[in-house]
Design a protein around this ligand. Structure first.
Ligand SMILES: C[S@@+](CC[C@H](N)C(=O)[O-])C[C@H]1O[C@@H](n2cnc3c(N)ncnc32)[C@H](O)[C@@H]1O
Length: 280
């Protein structure tokens, strides 16, 4: 447990975020009284390939209106709002970083999604949630901070209903050695816990879930990175502050993205999308 405050400190380095995100949106010409979940997506999809990755995982899981979803490691709630808006789900977002949970709730209120989304500050390794309560469990780019993956996936399996499905979209260890630090999920190697794809697959299967889909998206992440990085690291437009995820991680973000990109292109990290199912 001693590592937890530092993981949260890494993510919480910029403090309260809602005001800054809303000011940036105003500077970009958005009318805050007519804000939509879509408007927030340059800021709240905190993973490689942005909302496209969220839409793809949703297509694989095919969530239905009214189903209850747990987003484990939900960040500031972008994927939860996407599922509520596009699929009519009710989503519980759970995250270790308190300021992210607060921001997630405030942003959901701004776009009228308070009834469909709720956010809980807790550790994914000890979910404060009843057994078999969720139709779907969803996680994107959070497991790389979690060393005890066996316990993580046991928790996922525990809270899924029989027949429920688990979708993951995660950064994993690549074949060419450790990534360069700092990266967006860790300032140093101490807080990064990447496992090779085969190891992740075996650990999820050991939790009792059955594999339904597995796809290595490292090549797609490289293509996306080529397009996105220039815009993300170009710095603020004249007369404006930082935008996109730079708001969340602050001045070090450019260096983190450069290391992420170098690690990706040297095959020091892999990006995988997968779906598993709990027996009915
Ligand atoms: C890169 S962000 C991804 C956020 C979100 N899933 C998204 O894709 O927009 C990783 C998130 O995982 C959360 N996290 C890391 N370790 C966690 C843990 N043990 N339990 C819950 N959340 C955790 C962090 O606080 C952070 O918000």
């Amino acid at each position: 447990m001693s590592q937890l405050p530092s993981v949260a400190q890494h993510y919480a380095r910029e403090g309260a975020l809602t005001g800054r995100i809303l000011s940036t949106l105003t500077a970009e010409g958005k009318d805050l009284d007519r804000l939509t979940a879509e408007d927030l997506s340059p800021y709240d999809q905190f993973h490689s390939r942005g909302h496209q990755a969220t839409a793809e995982l949703a297509q694989l899981l095919n969530p239905q209106t009214g189903q209850l979803v747990l987003d484990l490691g939900c960040g500031i709630g972008g994927p939860a709002r996407w599922l509520a808006t596009h699929r009519g789900c009710r989503v519980v977002g759970l995250d270790l970083t308190e300021v992210y949970c607060r921001t997630a709730g405030e942003l959901s209120a701004r776009v009228g999604l308070s009834r469909q989304t709720a956010f809980v500050c807790a550790d994914g390794l000890a979910l404060p949630l009843a057994e078999a309560g969720f139709d779907l469990v969803w996680t994107q780019h959070a497991a790389m901070n979690i060393a005890d993956k066996a316990r993580l996936y046991r928790e996922v399996a525990r809270v899924l209903k029989p027949g429920g499905r688990f979708g993951l979209y995660d950064v994993m260890a690549g074949p060419a050695g450790a990534p360069y630090f700092p990266v967006p999920w860790a300032s140093s190697a101490e807080w990064s816990h990447l496992t090779a794809p085969e190891g992740v697959r075996e650990t999820v299967l050991a939790s009792g879930l059955k594999q339904r889909h597995w796809r290595d998206l490292t090549a797609e992440a490289k293509v996306w990175s080529e397009k996105a990085v220039a815009a993300q690291t170009a710095g603020p437009k004249p007369g404006r502050g930082p935008s996109g995820p730079a708001i969340i991680l602050g001045p070090s973000f450019a260096e983190m993205v450069a290391n992420l990109r170098r690690s990706l292109f040297e095959d020091r990290i892999a990006v995988v999308q997968a779906v598993f199912e709990k027996a009915g």
